[in-house]
Design a protein around this ligand. Structure first.
Ligand SMILES: [Fe+2]
Ligand SMILES: [Fe+2]
Length: 396
């Protein structure tokens, strides 16, 4: 028997997916196609993905009544990171060695298969049915095919007529209140409507709080809550906007525990050079800004700026950013003279002197560590706040 495997996020499945499956089935004379929705793929970290339970239910609705099309929950049910290798192994065990497995892939996936976990084994277990769209990007597509074949993959190409629909289109249409009957199978549209999926939704503070917790260790979350509360306290002391400061505090380190791969997915990577212009250090702040806006829908520029420059500060930073910069340092979980020195300036009523003290302490601390480099952005912040303080005292 010949089985096609159609993996994907399917958030949601749309008529384009179904048309592709039918086409592939014909081209490769497959006996059946199994849709395997992903569990919670890490690369969807930017947009919160619809629960696997809903995505699977929609797939089931889409294929119900269709001949030889099935849905498997195996990747949703697997704990931890799921690999194609594991999926193929499971399918092999179920169907036996004589089964010919076709892994249906588009150009993007084709490009990545050489980097897959245990790719050599994967290449022995299946044939790749590569879907080629008509028109643009042909050279690129064939370059991917060549690279995959050189790495040992067996690739067969199928021309698939363009179906100009994406899951993003469907989600957008639902959000805009438009009719989606042209975009998704009937049962899927019904499911979306009945379950209120893809409606415009800006998460409230409680939801963001719960979600941030899932992105980090208990220890980091404790620090986060400490910073958040300290932000609110400082906002009251220094006339900041407590709500904005609270959110900035909650989100400031939300990108800190992503792995290198996840950073890459966010389009971030270390500079790897000796130039210490804060790029590597600032990476988790950049990740935080992306998550804050893309994952939580934060658009307030003051909050985004505060997250962006929370590590080193920045000349001319706004009040929310100033408060977060200090709160990250003076939250109750930090112990030692260098933190107490900043707390004393707060107690004396000067946020600016607290910032200066923090900058000085951090710079001196780093200079005291053998081989440590000093972040130039931190030095710029220090000089800026210094001139502000002396400017103020000159006027007085
Ligand atoms: Fe941080
Ligand atoms: Fe922090």
């Amino acid at each position: 028997m010949r089985t096609g495997i159609f993996g994907g996020t399917f958030d949601p499945v749309h008529v384009g997916h179904i048309k592709c499956a039918e086409e592939i089935m014909k081209r490769f004379s497959l006996d059946r196609i199994i849709f395997i929705p992903t569990g919670d793929p890490p690369h969807k970290i930017i947009r919160r993905i619809t629960p696997a339970r809903d995505r699977t239910a929609m797939l089931e609705a889409a294929v119900s009544g269709m001949k030889n099309m099935y849905v498997s929950r195996m990747e949703c049910e697997r704990e931890g990171t799921t690999y194609t290798y594991d999926t193929l192994k499971e399918l092999r065990a179920e169907y036996g060695d004589s089964e010919i497995l076709y892994m249906i892939v588009g150009a993007d996936t084709l490009r990545d298969i050489v980097k897959w976990y245990k790719s050599d084994d994967v290449f022995k277990m299946c044939i790749f049915a590569a879907m080629k769209r008509p028109g643009s990007g042909d050279d690129e597509f064939y370059a991917y095919v060549k690279a995959a074949e050189e790495a040992g993959a067996q690739v067969e190409i199928a021309d698939i007529p363009e179906v100009d629909i994406s899951s993003t289109d469907v989600r957008k249409a639902v959000r805009a209140g438009e009719d989606i009957s042209r975009l998704v199978p009937e049962g899927v549209g019904k499911y979306i409507e009945e379950n209120g999926l893809y409606k415009q939704h800006t998460p409230d503070f409680g939801e963001i709080f719960a979600d941030v917790r899932t992105l980090m260790s208990a220890k980091r979350f404790e620090h986060t809550v400490g910073v958040m509360n300290e932000c609110v306290r400082l906002a009251h002391l220094f006339g900041g906007n407590a709500e904005k400061c609270r959110l900035a505090g909650l989100l400031h380190d939300c990108g800190k525990e992503l792995n290198t791969q996840q950073y890459k997915w966010l389009g971030l990577s270390g500079t790897g050079t000796a130039d210490y212009d804060a790029k590597e250090v600032l990476l988790h702040a950049k990740a935080g800004v992306i998550l804050a806006s893309e994952r939580y829908g934060i658009t307030d520029p003051e909050i985004l700026e505060a997250i962006d420059c929370h590590i080193t500060g920045r000349p001319e930073m706004g009040l929310t950013a100033q408060i977060l910069f200090v709160a990250d340092y003076t939250e109750p979980g930090r112990h030692g003279e260098m933190y107490d020195a900043v707390r004393r300036e707060i107690a004396c009523g000067s946020l600016e002197r607290a910032i200066l003290e923090e900058c000085d302490r951090v710079i001196l601390y780093n200079m005291g560590k053998k081989g440590a480099r000093v972040c130039t952005e931190g030095v710029r912040t220090r000089n800026w706040i210094m001139s502000r303080i002396s400017g103020v005292s000159k006027e007085a």
